[in-house]
Design a protein around this ligand. Structure first.
Ligand SMILES: O=C(O)CCC(=O)C(=O)O
Ligand SMILES: [Fe+2]
Length: 305
């Protein structure tokens, strides 16, 4: 039987911030996933970004390969990544393009070929970054901290914020002895991720229960919302109060485009158990770690570089 997960939808414009924060807390403890609505990024802009993204991925491979990923920015071709290192498949059936942080973007598609690309991405990047920052003030409230916790601690002075354009082609790449997924099972590495797609299904989460077979539940697209999920660094920061949930993208025979925005602290920021998340009976489970070192290691394990 197909299982569809009913996740809460949080209204970012609600004046009743303490009840939204409460709802967010429950969602992060139970699922590590939720939706946000009234996030301040116009639907029209999301459509434009998806459109520009599809124009880029429709270019000939040789054109895209000129922008091959360097220093974590640029193009990654089909099957070049495997998010689940234990998977024996040849790689995930997706291609992607990493953008950000904008000030050190080292390559963009040619303006002659895609004239509106850069301005569209710039505008979306700035708006989703503000949405993410506003969301983090609710996360702070949800953790019984001052709502400006992530700013006053300096975590967001120069955030490591990366927009990833994703394209899952429609073809059936698997064979009888090999299952190919769009994105194999993984949890995100960082603080929080905001995600929006062109509405084609495929995203699933697994609320793992030990000693039981894995159960995958669909997370459907809801118009006007972003899907938000907690990453491993936030799980560590909250002493595992908030969960970073396993998820994947399965192929469903239709072309899927999505935009994932990974919002993480400054490289130099030291992530250390939040005070409201530990006490004598529940001491910190992880030593402090520099955010940049943590992310670098996780990327090394995925890409080997
Ligand atoms: O494309 C999606 O819906 C999910 C992508 C994802 O989970 C990721 O890139 O981390
Ligand atoms: Fe993910």
């Amino acid at each position: 039987m197909k299982q569809v997960l009913q996740l809460p939808i949080l209204d970012l414009s609600s004046p009743d911030r303490s009840s939204i924060a409460n709802c967010l807390r429950q969602a992060c403890i139970e699922y590590g996933f939720f939706y946000v609505v009234n996030h301040g990024v116009e639907e029209e802009l999301v459509e434009q970004v998806l459109d520009e993204s599809s124009k880029f991925f429709s270019l000939p491979l040789e054109e895209k390969m000129k922008l091959l990923r360097k220093e974590h920015r640029g193009y990654t071709p089909l099957f070049s990544e495997k998010l689940d290192p234990q998977s024996t498949s040849k790689g995930d059936s997706k291609e992607s393009y990493y953008i950000g942080p904008l000030e050190n973007m080292n390559q963009w598609p040619s303006q002659e070929i895609l004239p509106c690309w850069r301005a569209t991405m710039d505008s979306f990047y700035s708006k989703i970054l503000s949405a993410g920052e506003r969301l983090l003030s609710l996360v702070a409230l949800a953790l019984n901290l001052n709502e400006d916790f992530f700013e006053t601690t300096g975590a967001l002075d120069r955030p490591t914020a990366v927009l990833r354009l994703l394209h899952y082609p429609a073809g059936d790449f698997g064979s009888s002895d090999e299952e190919i997924l769009g994105a194999s099972a993984h949890s995100d590495y960082g603080m929080i991720t905001l995600l929006v797609s062109n509405g084609v299904r495929g995203l699933q989460v697994c609320r793992e229960k030990s000693n039981q077979p894995l159960v995958w539940e669909d997370v459907p697209h809801i118009n006007g919302t972003f899907i938000v999920n907690i990453g491993d660094m936030m799980e560590r920061w909250t002493n595992c109060l908030f969960r970073s949930t396993l998820h994947r993208v399965i192929p469903c025979g239709q072309e899927r485009y999505s935009l994932a925005f990974f919002l993480d602290p400054n490289e130099d920021f030291v992530v250390e158990c939040i005070e409201s998340c530990c006490n004598e009976s529940s001491p910190p489970r992880f030593p402090p770690i520099r955010s940049g070192d943590y992310l670098k290691e996780r990327l090394r394990l995925t890409y080997g570089s």
